[in-house]
Design a protein around this ligand. Structure first.
Ligand code: HEC
Length: 177
């Protein structure tokens, strides 16, 4: 009788302990995420990029898989370090490339620039942005220098696709002499 009682008590204690440790385990994944997932430092608005070197332009039309996200006409701009990077095939810290996306309007058998949709930015800092190939990604909505479209979603929203160009330092475009 006593034995049974003791063993019953032990069993319920064991059960309680198991429940406890399971609860602790369940809580564990939350702790490291909160403590260690340092948000990437914000990417600065690329002040003055319209005075930089124009790399190339492209029109993405309705029907293209990326139309919803990147439809319109975009121009790419490189600062001095990025220009050197295009030529070298490897980008140094401080290199900045801008993806200036505008609406594209067809009129009179021409394709013309419309309103600015987003200013996409890639800034190279191997240490700060180590988690996303050494590049910080951001998008500034419309003509705003403060409204951010990417924030902490750079890995999923930008980097994931740019990994296709890992061999070219995650840069799709190339310099045309
Ligand atoms: C689905 C794939 C895809 C996604 C997602 C994507 N990009 Fe790109 N990105 C491209 C391609 C393709 C080019 C080349 C465009 C060209 O040649 O004109 C490019 C070019 C760029 C460039 C110019 C440098 C280069 O790689 O040629 C910048 C800056 C850029 N993207 C920023 C971003 C940002 C910021 C995001 C996230 C909001 C993003 N990209 C998401 C495919 C992608």
């Amino acid at each position: 009788m006593t034995r049974t009682k003791v063993s019953t008590t032990m069993t319920s204690t064991k059960k309680a302990l198991m429940t406890l440790s399971l609860a602790a385990l369940a809580a564990l994944p939350m702790l490291p995420t909160q403590v260690t997932a340092a948000d990437p430092p914000p990417v600065a608005y690329p002040e003055g990029y319209r005075n930089w070197t124009h790399v190339k332009s492209m029109v993405i039309q309705p029907g293209h898989a990326l139309f919803d996200a990147f439809g319109g006409i975009h121009h790419l701009y490189a600062n001095k370090k990025a220009l050197a990077g295009y030529r070298a095939g490897k980008f140094a810290d401080g290199a900045v490339i801008v993806f200036d996306l505008l609406d594209a309007k067809s009129a009179d058998n021409t394709v013309q620039e419309g309103a600015r949709k987003v200013v996409g930015v890639m800034v190279k800092d191997a240490r700060r942005y180590a988690a996303t190939g050494g590049w910080g990604f951001e998008g500034f909505k419309g003509d705003s220098k403060t409204e951010r479209a990417v924030g902490n979603n750079a890995a999923a929203a930008c980097y994931q696709c740019h990994t296709a160009k890992k061999d070219a330092d995650f840069v799709f475009s190339a310099w045309r002499p």
